[in-house]
Design a protein around this ligand. Structure first.
Ligand code: ZN
Length: 90
């Protein structure tokens, strides 16, 4: 059985636009991954079959309300990681 949490897709699709609003936040792979994980841990998973093409179909079907909730969680995660990056500031 194959399935995927399409909330992951939604978080990744919105990560860059949220990060763009925080010019002082580190945007390295480690910090981006931490932000995505923090946001995902605060969002309800949305499981779907991972058949080809199906995941994106479901993402497009998400209501605007869900997307706003996702963006808010990403913004909160950015605040946390920005203050406590898991590496020395460069
Ligand atoms: Zn970083």
């Amino acid at each position: 059985m194959e399935f995927a949490n399409y909330m992951e897709q939604v978080v990744l699709e919105n990560l860059d636009s949220v990060l763009a609003q925080y010019p002082d936040c580190c945007k390295c792979d480690l910090c981006r991954r931490d932000i995505a994980i923090l946001a995902l841990n605060h969002l309800p998973p949305r499981y779907t079959s991972s058949e080809k093409g199906r995941v994106y179909e479901k993402v497009n079907a998400m209501s605007q309300h869900n997307v706003i909730e996702v963006v808010e969680e990403i913004a909160k995660a950015v605040e946390i990681v920005r203050k406590n990056p898991r590496h020395e500031a460069s």
